[in-house]
Design a protein around this ligand. Structure first.
Ligand code: NAD
Ligand code: TYD
Length: 339
Protein backbone atom coordinates (compact mmCIF):
# COMPACT_ATOMS: atom_id res chain seq x y z
CA UNK A 1 0.00 0.00 0.00
CA UNK A 2 1.29 3.48 -0.94
CA UNK A 3 0.31 6.19 1.52
CA UNK A 4 0.64 9.88 0.73
CA UNK A 5 0.96 11.82 3.98
CA UNK A 6 0.67 15.58 3.44
CA UNK A 7 1.99 17.85 6.20
CA UNK A 8 4.10 14.97 7.51
CA UNK A 9 6.87 17.28 8.75
CA UNK A 10 4.47 18.93 11.21
CA UNK A 11 3.50 17.88 14.72
CA UNK A 12 0.81 15.25 14.18
CA UNK A 13 1.96 14.24 10.68
CA UNK A 14 5.46 13.31 11.89
CA UNK A 15 4.04 11.31 14.80
CA UNK A 16 1.72 9.60 12.31
CA UNK A 17 4.62 8.59 10.04
CA UNK A 18 6.38 6.95 13.02
CA UNK A 19 3.11 5.23 13.93
CA UNK A 20 2.76 3.88 10.36
CA UNK A 21 6.35 2.61 10.29
CA UNK A 22 5.74 0.72 13.53
CA UNK A 23 2.27 -0.59 12.70
CA UNK A 24 2.50 -1.19 8.92
CA UNK A 25 6.22 -1.55 8.15
CA UNK A 26 5.57 -2.92 4.65
CA UNK A 27 3.64 0.13 3.43
CA UNK A 28 5.37 2.82 1.41
CA UNK A 29 5.09 6.37 2.73
CA UNK A 30 5.39 9.49 0.60
CA UNK A 31 5.48 12.69 2.65
CA UNK A 32 4.53 15.91 0.88
CA UNK A 33 5.27 19.03 2.90
CA UNK A 34 5.93 22.67 2.02
CA UNK A 35 8.19 23.05 5.08
CA UNK A 36 6.53 26.23 6.32
CA UNK A 37 7.63 27.65 9.69
CA UNK A 38 5.74 24.71 11.28
CA UNK A 39 7.40 21.97 9.21
CA UNK A 40 10.66 20.54 10.46
CA UNK A 41 12.71 17.83 8.78
CA UNK A 42 14.52 17.26 12.08
CA UNK A 43 11.29 15.68 13.32
CA UNK A 44 11.53 13.08 10.52
CA UNK A 45 15.25 12.33 10.79
CA UNK A 46 14.79 8.71 11.89
CA UNK A 47 11.93 8.07 9.43
CA UNK A 48 13.85 9.43 6.44
CA UNK A 49 16.55 6.81 6.90
CA UNK A 50 13.98 4.08 6.19
CA UNK A 51 13.97 2.80 2.58
CA UNK A 52 10.16 2.94 2.35
CA UNK A 53 9.86 6.66 3.21
CA UNK A 54 10.18 9.34 0.53
CA UNK A 55 10.06 13.08 1.20
CA UNK A 56 8.86 15.59 -1.40
CA UNK A 57 9.00 19.32 -0.68
CA UNK A 58 5.94 20.96 -2.19
CA UNK A 59 2.72 22.84 -1.66
CA UNK A 60 -0.61 20.96 -1.59
CA UNK A 61 -2.15 23.92 -3.45
CA UNK A 62 0.35 23.54 -6.33
CA UNK A 63 -1.62 21.51 -8.88
CA UNK A 64 1.35 20.62 -11.04
CA UNK A 65 3.36 19.42 -8.07
CA UNK A 66 0.45 17.35 -6.74
CA UNK A 67 -0.31 15.79 -10.14
CA UNK A 68 3.34 14.87 -10.72
CA UNK A 69 3.43 13.29 -7.30
CA UNK A 70 0.32 11.20 -8.06
CA UNK A 71 1.87 10.09 -11.37
CA UNK A 72 5.22 9.19 -9.83
CA UNK A 73 4.07 7.54 -6.60
CA UNK A 74 0.54 6.25 -7.31
CA UNK A 75 -0.81 6.57 -3.76
CA UNK A 76 -3.61 4.26 -2.63
CA UNK A 77 -4.47 6.36 0.41
CA UNK A 78 -4.05 10.11 0.80
CA UNK A 79 -4.16 11.44 4.36
CA UNK A 80 -4.20 15.22 4.56
CA UNK A 81 -2.53 16.76 7.61
CA UNK A 82 -1.16 19.79 5.72
CA UNK A 83 -2.65 22.98 7.07
CA UNK A 84 -2.03 26.29 8.65
CA UNK A 85 -2.98 25.24 12.16
CA UNK A 86 -2.56 28.05 14.70
CA UNK A 87 -5.66 30.04 15.71
CA UNK A 88 -3.60 33.06 16.84
CA UNK A 89 -1.81 33.26 13.47
CA UNK A 90 -5.19 33.02 11.67
CA UNK A 91 -6.34 36.08 13.61
CA UNK A 92 -3.21 37.93 12.48
CA UNK A 93 -3.38 36.84 8.82
CA UNK A 94 -6.41 34.82 7.62
CA UNK A 95 -5.49 34.78 3.89
CA UNK A 96 -2.90 32.01 4.06
CA UNK A 97 -5.37 29.82 5.97
CA UNK A 98 -7.88 29.99 3.14
CA UNK A 99 -5.20 29.28 0.53
CA UNK A 100 -3.69 26.21 2.18
CA UNK A 101 -6.60 24.79 4.13
CA UNK A 102 -9.31 25.23 1.50
CA UNK A 103 -7.64 25.57 -1.91
CA UNK A 104 -4.96 23.03 -1.01
CA UNK A 105 -7.57 20.47 0.02
CA UNK A 106 -9.42 21.03 -3.25
CA UNK A 107 -6.26 20.44 -5.31
CA UNK A 108 -5.65 17.16 -3.45
CA UNK A 109 -9.27 16.10 -4.00
CA UNK A 110 -8.91 16.82 -7.73
CA UNK A 111 -5.76 14.69 -7.79
CA UNK A 112 -7.68 11.84 -6.13
CA UNK A 113 -10.46 12.15 -8.73
CA UNK A 114 -8.08 12.28 -11.66
CA UNK A 115 -5.74 9.45 -10.67
CA UNK A 116 -8.01 7.29 -8.48
CA UNK A 117 -7.36 6.28 -4.89
CA UNK A 118 -8.98 3.93 -2.40
CA UNK A 119 -9.34 6.60 0.31
CA UNK A 120 -8.86 10.31 0.87
CA UNK A 121 -8.76 11.00 4.60
CA UNK A 122 -9.11 14.56 5.84
CA UNK A 123 -7.63 15.32 9.26
CA UNK A 124 -10.18 17.70 10.72
CA UNK A 125 -10.70 19.49 13.99
CA UNK A 126 -13.39 19.72 16.64
CA UNK A 127 -13.06 23.51 16.34
CA UNK A 128 -15.50 23.36 13.39
CA UNK A 129 -18.27 22.85 15.99
CA UNK A 130 -17.57 26.18 17.71
CA UNK A 131 -17.56 26.08 21.49
CA UNK A 132 -19.65 24.83 24.43
CA UNK A 133 -20.59 26.81 27.57
CA UNK A 134 -18.26 26.39 30.54
CA UNK A 135 -21.18 25.64 32.89
CA UNK A 136 -22.81 22.88 30.77
CA UNK A 137 -20.46 19.97 31.38
CA UNK A 138 -23.25 17.64 30.23
CA UNK A 139 -22.82 18.86 26.62
CA UNK A 140 -20.38 17.30 24.11
CA UNK A 141 -19.69 17.62 20.37
CA UNK A 142 -21.16 14.72 18.38
CA UNK A 143 -20.89 14.23 14.62
CA UNK A 144 -24.40 15.75 14.41
CA UNK A 145 -23.43 19.00 16.16
CA UNK A 146 -23.91 21.83 13.63
CA UNK A 147 -20.84 23.53 12.15
CA UNK A 148 -20.50 26.89 13.92
CA UNK A 149 -17.00 28.30 13.57
CA UNK A 150 -15.33 31.11 15.54
CA UNK A 151 -11.85 31.81 14.09
CA UNK A 152 -10.55 32.13 10.53
CA UNK A 153 -8.67 28.87 11.25
CA UNK A 154 -11.81 26.90 12.16
CA UNK A 155 -13.79 28.51 9.31
CA UNK A 156 -11.15 27.37 6.81
CA UNK A 157 -11.11 23.84 8.26
CA UNK A 158 -14.92 23.69 8.11
CA UNK A 159 -14.89 24.82 4.47
CA UNK A 160 -12.38 22.06 3.71
CA UNK A 161 -14.58 19.44 5.41
CA UNK A 162 -17.60 20.59 3.39
CA UNK A 163 -15.60 20.32 0.16
CA UNK A 164 -14.50 16.80 1.08
CA UNK A 165 -18.13 15.76 1.67
CA UNK A 166 -19.18 17.50 -1.57
CA UNK A 167 -16.63 15.45 -3.55
CA UNK A 168 -18.06 12.30 -1.97
CA UNK A 169 -21.64 13.18 -2.84
CA UNK A 170 -20.97 14.63 -6.30
CA UNK A 171 -18.06 12.60 -7.62
CA UNK A 172 -18.21 9.50 -5.36
CA UNK A 173 -14.63 10.16 -4.22
CA UNK A 174 -14.06 7.69 -1.36
CA UNK A 175 -13.46 10.06 1.54
CA UNK A 176 -13.53 10.07 5.32
CA UNK A 177 -13.03 12.82 7.89
CA UNK A 178 -11.90 12.71 11.50
CA UNK A 179 -12.39 15.63 13.89
CA UNK A 180 -10.09 15.56 16.86
CA UNK A 181 -9.70 17.62 20.02
CA UNK A 182 -6.42 19.30 21.08
CA UNK A 183 -3.34 17.07 20.77
CA UNK A 184 -0.11 17.17 22.76
CA UNK A 185 3.12 15.16 22.75
CA UNK A 186 6.54 15.04 21.03
CA UNK A 187 7.44 17.36 18.10
CA UNK A 188 4.73 19.91 19.03
CA UNK A 189 5.75 23.37 17.78
CA UNK A 190 6.49 25.57 20.81
CA UNK A 191 3.90 28.24 20.00
CA UNK A 192 0.94 26.08 21.12
CA UNK A 193 -0.10 26.04 24.75
CA UNK A 194 1.60 22.92 26.17
CA UNK A 195 5.02 23.08 24.44
CA UNK A 196 5.12 26.88 24.87
CA UNK A 197 4.61 26.56 28.61
CA UNK A 198 7.10 23.69 29.00
CA UNK A 199 9.85 25.42 27.01
CA UNK A 200 9.36 28.79 28.75
CA UNK A 201 9.17 27.24 32.23
CA UNK A 202 12.42 25.39 31.54
CA UNK A 203 13.96 28.85 30.92
CA UNK A 204 12.24 30.31 34.05
CA UNK A 205 10.35 32.74 31.77
CA UNK A 206 6.83 34.07 32.36
CA UNK A 207 3.94 31.87 31.18
CA UNK A 208 1.33 33.94 29.28
CA UNK A 209 -2.16 32.67 30.17
CA UNK A 210 -4.95 34.28 28.12
CA UNK A 211 -7.77 35.93 30.11
CA UNK A 212 -8.37 34.12 33.40
CA UNK A 213 -7.19 30.73 32.12
CA UNK A 214 -10.70 29.31 32.51
CA UNK A 215 -11.12 28.09 28.92
CA UNK A 216 -11.34 24.33 28.66
CA UNK A 217 -9.72 22.05 26.07
CA UNK A 218 -10.12 18.27 25.68
CA UNK A 219 -6.54 16.97 25.49
CA UNK A 220 -5.51 13.83 23.60
CA UNK A 221 -2.02 12.30 23.49
CA UNK A 222 -0.90 12.47 19.86
CA UNK A 223 -0.20 8.73 19.49
CA UNK A 224 -3.82 7.97 20.36
CA UNK A 225 -4.91 10.37 17.61
CA UNK A 226 -2.58 8.63 15.12
CA UNK A 227 -4.05 5.23 16.02
CA UNK A 228 -7.56 6.59 15.47
CA UNK A 229 -6.73 8.10 12.06
CA UNK A 230 -5.09 4.84 11.00
CA UNK A 231 -8.27 2.93 11.89
CA UNK A 232 -10.62 5.39 10.17
CA UNK A 233 -8.64 5.65 6.92
CA UNK A 234 -8.34 1.85 6.62
CA UNK A 235 -11.61 0.62 8.11
CA UNK A 236 -13.94 3.59 8.61
CA UNK A 237 -17.03 3.91 6.46
CA UNK A 238 -16.67 5.99 3.30
CA UNK A 239 -18.41 9.39 3.41
CA UNK A 240 -18.46 9.42 7.23
CA UNK A 241 -17.19 11.80 9.89
CA UNK A 242 -15.66 10.40 13.12
CA UNK A 243 -15.03 12.49 16.23
CA UNK A 244 -11.86 11.65 18.19
CA UNK A 245 -11.31 12.57 21.84
CA UNK A 246 -10.50 10.97 25.15
CA UNK A 247 -12.59 12.84 27.76
CA UNK A 248 -9.57 14.67 29.16
CA UNK A 249 -11.05 18.11 29.77
CA UNK A 250 -8.82 20.58 31.59
CA UNK A 251 -8.89 24.36 32.01
CA UNK A 252 -5.80 26.12 30.65
CA UNK A 253 -4.84 27.11 34.17
CA UNK A 254 -5.01 23.49 35.34
CA UNK A 255 -2.76 22.46 32.44
CA UNK A 256 -0.20 25.16 33.18
CA UNK A 257 -0.17 24.33 36.90
CA UNK A 258 0.32 20.62 36.13
CA UNK A 259 3.31 21.46 33.92
CA UNK A 260 4.84 23.68 36.62
CA UNK A 261 4.40 20.91 39.18
CA UNK A 262 5.96 18.36 36.87
CA UNK A 263 8.97 20.65 36.30
CA UNK A 264 9.17 21.68 39.96
CA UNK A 265 8.87 25.37 39.00
CA UNK A 266 6.98 28.08 40.95
CA UNK A 267 3.43 29.19 40.12
CA UNK A 268 4.67 32.78 40.21
CA UNK A 269 5.79 32.26 36.58
CA UNK A 270 2.12 32.46 35.52
CA UNK A 271 1.26 35.84 33.94
CA UNK A 272 -2.28 36.73 32.87
CA UNK A 273 -2.34 38.49 29.50
CA UNK A 274 -5.07 40.01 27.29
CA UNK A 275 -7.52 37.40 26.09
CA UNK A 276 -7.62 36.04 22.51
CA UNK A 277 -10.38 37.77 20.46
CA UNK A 278 -13.39 35.44 20.02
CA UNK A 279 -11.74 32.89 22.35
CA UNK A 280 -13.68 29.59 22.32
CA UNK A 281 -14.76 28.67 25.85
CA UNK A 282 -14.87 24.90 25.96
CA UNK A 283 -14.27 21.96 23.62
CA UNK A 284 -15.42 18.45 24.57
CA UNK A 285 -15.74 15.46 22.27
CA UNK A 286 -18.20 12.57 22.38
CA UNK A 287 -16.14 9.72 20.83
CA UNK A 288 -18.96 7.09 20.99
CA UNK A 289 -19.12 6.54 17.22
CA UNK A 290 -15.44 5.68 16.67
CA UNK A 291 -15.51 3.47 19.75
CA UNK A 292 -18.66 1.59 18.72
CA UNK A 293 -17.77 1.17 15.03
CA UNK A 294 -14.00 0.73 15.14
CA UNK A 295 -13.25 -0.22 18.74
CA UNK A 296 -10.95 2.77 19.26
CA UNK A 297 -10.15 3.86 22.80
CA UNK A 298 -7.34 6.17 23.94
CA UNK A 299 -4.50 4.40 25.76
CA UNK A 300 -2.82 7.37 27.44
CA UNK A 301 -4.36 9.24 30.38
CA UNK A 302 -3.66 12.97 30.68
CA UNK A 303 -1.51 12.49 33.77
CA UNK A 304 0.65 9.88 32.03
CA UNK A 305 0.74 11.81 28.73
CA UNK A 306 1.85 15.06 30.30
CA UNK A 307 4.65 13.27 32.18
CA UNK A 308 5.86 11.67 28.92
CA UNK A 309 5.63 15.00 27.10
CA UNK A 310 7.54 16.95 29.75
CA UNK A 311 10.22 14.21 29.71
CA UNK A 312 10.45 14.41 25.89
CA UNK A 313 10.96 18.20 25.94
CA UNK A 314 13.62 17.85 28.63
CA UNK A 315 15.44 15.16 26.64
CA UNK A 316 15.10 16.85 23.24
CA UNK A 317 16.07 20.41 24.06
CA UNK A 318 18.01 20.93 20.83
CA UNK A 319 14.86 20.21 18.77
CA UNK A 320 12.88 23.09 20.27
CA UNK A 321 15.77 25.37 21.19
CA UNK A 322 16.73 25.71 17.51
CA UNK A 323 13.13 26.79 16.77
CA UNK A 324 13.17 29.33 19.61
CA UNK A 325 16.50 30.72 18.40
CA UNK A 326 15.23 31.23 14.83
CA UNK A 327 12.48 33.24 13.16
CA UNK A 328 10.06 32.20 15.91
CA UNK A 329 11.70 34.65 18.32
CA UNK A 330 10.27 37.57 16.24
CA UNK A 331 6.81 35.98 16.31
CA UNK A 332 6.82 35.73 20.09
CA UNK A 333 7.94 39.35 20.55
CA UNK A 334 5.25 40.56 18.10
CA UNK A 335 2.42 38.46 19.57
CA UNK A 336 3.10 38.93 23.26
CA UNK A 337 5.16 42.17 23.34
CA UNK A 338 2.39 44.58 24.35
CA UNK A 339 -0.26 42.09 25.37
P1 NAD B 1 1.42 21.74 12.23
O1 NAD B 1 1.21 23.21 12.02
O2 NAD B 1 2.35 21.28 13.29
O3 NAD B 1 1.90 21.06 10.86
C1 NAD B 1 1.39 21.41 9.63
C2 NAD B 1 2.34 20.88 8.55
O4 NAD B 1 1.77 21.20 7.27
C3 NAD B 1 3.73 21.51 8.59
O5 NAD B 1 4.71 20.52 8.41
C4 NAD B 1 3.72 22.46 7.40
O6 NAD B 1 5.01 22.64 6.82
C5 NAD B 1 2.77 21.74 6.45
N1 NAD B 1 2.13 22.66 5.50
C6 NAD B 1 1.54 23.85 5.76
N2 NAD B 1 1.07 24.39 4.63
C7 NAD B 1 1.36 23.52 3.63
C8 NAD B 1 1.10 23.49 2.24
N3 NAD B 1 0.47 24.50 1.64
N4 NAD B 1 1.50 22.42 1.53
C9 NAD B 1 2.16 21.39 2.13
N5 NAD B 1 2.44 21.37 3.43
C10 NAD B 1 2.04 22.41 4.19
O7 NAD B 1 -0.04 21.17 12.45
P2 NAD B 1 -0.51 19.90 13.33
O8 NAD B 1 -0.79 20.36 14.71
O9 NAD B 1 0.38 18.76 13.10
O10 NAD B 1 -1.93 19.61 12.66
C11 NAD B 1 -2.05 18.72 11.55
C12 NAD B 1 -3.50 18.66 11.12
O11 NAD B 1 -4.31 18.23 12.22
C13 NAD B 1 -4.06 20.01 10.68
O12 NAD B 1 -4.89 19.80 9.57
C14 NAD B 1 -4.87 20.48 11.88
O13 NAD B 1 -5.94 21.29 11.46
C15 NAD B 1 -5.36 19.16 12.45
N6 NAD B 1 -5.63 19.13 13.89
C16 NAD B 1 -4.67 19.54 14.78
C17 NAD B 1 -4.94 19.45 16.15
C18 NAD B 1 -3.90 19.86 17.17
O14 NAD B 1 -4.20 19.85 18.37
N7 NAD B 1 -2.67 20.19 16.78
C19 NAD B 1 -6.17 18.96 16.60
C20 NAD B 1 -7.12 18.55 15.67
C21 NAD B 1 -6.83 18.63 14.32
P1 TYD C 1 -3.65 26.50 21.44
O1 TYD C 1 -2.58 25.56 21.86
O2 TYD C 1 -3.29 27.66 20.59
O3 TYD C 1 -4.79 25.60 20.77
P2 TYD C 1 -6.31 26.00 20.33
O4 TYD C 1 -6.46 27.46 20.32
O5 TYD C 1 -6.39 25.42 18.96
O6 TYD C 1 -7.20 25.32 21.32
O7 TYD C 1 -4.35 27.06 22.75
C1 TYD C 1 -4.93 26.18 23.71
C2 TYD C 1 -5.59 27.04 24.76
O8 TYD C 1 -4.55 27.76 25.48
C3 TYD C 1 -6.51 28.12 24.20
O9 TYD C 1 -7.62 28.25 25.07
C4 TYD C 1 -5.69 29.39 24.23
C5 TYD C 1 -4.77 29.17 25.42
N1 TYD C 1 -3.43 29.80 25.34
C6 TYD C 1 -2.97 30.61 26.38
O10 TYD C 1 -3.65 30.83 27.40
N2 TYD C 1 -1.72 31.16 26.26
C7 TYD C 1 -0.93 30.96 25.17
O11 TYD C 1 0.19 31.53 25.11
C8 TYD C 1 -1.42 30.11 24.12
C9 TYD C 1 -0.58 29.84 22.90
C10 TYD C 1 -2.67 29.55 24.25
Amino acid sequence: MNILVTGGAGFIGSNFIYYQLEKHPKDKIICLDALTYAGNLDSLKRALSEPNVTFVKGDIADRQCVNTLFENHKPDIVVNFAAESHVDRSIENPQLFLQTNIMGTQVLLDGCRKYGITRFHQVGTDEVYGDLPLDRTDLFFTEQTPIHTSSPYSASKAAADLLVLAYYRTFKTPVSISRCSNNYGPYHFPEKLIPLMISRALHDQSLPVYGKGENVRDWLYVKDHCAAIDLVMRHGRVGEVYNIGGHNERSNLEVVKTILKELDKPQSLITYVTDRPGHDLRYAIDPTKIHDELGWLPETSFDEGIKKTVRWYKENRSWWQSILDGEYRNYYDKMYGDR
